[in-house]
Design a protein around this ligand. Structure first.
Ligand SMILES: [Zn+2]
Length: 386
């Protein structure tokens, strides 16, 4: 198959190329060459990018107004059906890889395996299984409650046994759990250290939910691989990110979607109040971290209120608007950088790489909203949406 691109973004920060053909063979890219070199294309598009990579999703969530209530009261069958539907929705929106950072009952690893075996459609996946939280802590409804370093090690072994290929820990309170305070630290430094060292021993990377300042720094000092949210980071945290090369996944869409719908009258008042405060901190701090050189990977926290699995392009728009990234820089964060964090593939379009492509009818640098409506999506050389 040959795909002809008017403008071609390979996922890196190199200048986009004009009028190229992407030659696909056996699910991989055989060659990227000038269109003038000949061959009849099967598909033509004004703009071609790599498949998008969403480093932070919850497939069991479908954007319900009250995530905690919805997930805590759904049956295992309902959760599984939702996760399968959301995986398919992601893929059709151009997302060809996701990292699920919290699902109960082994749902996300099961969906990952079903996608890999070809029995259901969906993106390439990393799956954390249950998130490690303190007893009664943030995220308990998608969590394994742990207390103490040995219990944290045991929980890692349980998740590994249950099929997790990455780990999520909860270092602070959060917005969606009733009673949890986003600014407060939750798992203790010694619990985080035990969990991270046990996970690393088995080759699993660890992501930490962390909104409050102290918890962000606890996670960074304990050797975390990525900080999720990070909204109340300070200068010391910025230095720790840079010194350790830790990724920041700012999930800009999460508070934004809650506040975009704050007048719908369907969300718990406590969630709206917490999201407002977190949003203020996010607007103050994340751009500063980006400008100081912290590595930003794209991830939207899809599944949280009004944050649809098909809306990942909104996160990319927010990285452009709120962080001052160019559209190409935002695309880079949502492809190559996020893929590097997942470790599934490189997230770039070059010979030998998986043929995961998204086709658009306009150049995204002219209008980034173009990404909301892809013309076609290709995963591993197969057209999966048109
Ligand atoms: Zn999350």
């Amino acid at each position: 198959m040959i795909v002809r691109a008017g403008t071609f973004y390979d996922g890196t920060l190199d200048a986009p190329r004009r009028n190229v053909d992407v030659v696909v063979d056996d699910g991989r890219i055989a060659e990227v060459r000038n269109a003038a070199d000949g061959g009849e294309p099967e598909l033509r598009a004004a703009c071609v990018t790599p498949g998008l990579v969403n480093a932070h999703v919850h497939l069991v969530g479908s954007g319900e107004a009250n995530t905690m209530l919805a997930v805590a009261t759904m049956s295992q069958n309902q959760l599984l059906l939702a996760a399968v539907a959301n995986a398919s929705k992601s893929l059709r929106a151009g997302v060809t890889a996701v990292r699920d950072l919290g699902s109960p009952l082994g749902i996300a690893p099961a969906v990952r395996d079903a996608i890999e075996s070809g029995s259901v459609p969906g993106p390439r996946m990393r799956a954390a299984g249950r998130a490690l939280c303190m007893t009664g802590g943030h995220g308990w409804f998608v969590g394994r409650q742990v207390d103490g370093p040995w219990d944290a090690r045991k929980a890692i072994r349980e998740e590994l046994f249950a099929g997790a290929d990455c780990i999520k820990v909860i270092a602070t309170g959060g917005v969606l759990t009733k009673g949890a305070v986003p600014g407060n630290a939750q798992l203790l430094p010694e619990e985080l250290e035990a969990a991270i060292s046990e996970a690393h021993r088995h080759g699993l990377r660890v992501a930490s939910h962390a909104i409050g300042t102290e918890g962000i720094k606890n996670a960074l000092r304990a050797g975390i691989d990525s900080v999720e949210h990070g909204h109340m980071l300070d200068d010391e945290a910025i230095e720790l990110f840079k010194a350790r090369g830790t990724y920041l996944v700012p999930t800009l869409a999460a508070p934004s979607c809650i506040l975009d719908h704050m007048h719908d009258g369907t969300q718990p008042q406590g969630v709206i109040e917490k999201a407002s405060r977190v949003n203020e901190a996010m607007l103050r701090n994340i751009r500063r971290a980006y400008e100081a050189g912290v590595t930003i990977a794209g991830g939207s926290d899809a599944g949280t209120p009004y944050n649809d699995h098909g809306d990942y392009p909104y996160e990319i728009e927010l990285m452009h608007r709120l962080l001052g990234m160019t559209p190409q820089q935002a695309l880079h964060a949502a492809t190559a950088v996020a893929a590097e964090l997942l470790g599934t593939h490189r997230g770039v379009l070059a010979a030998g790489e998986p043929a995961d492509l998204v086709l658009y009818d306009r150049d995204l640098s002219e209008d980034i909203r173009t990404m909301r409506e892809p013309q076609a999506v290709i995963k591993a050389g197969t057209i999966v949406a048109r």
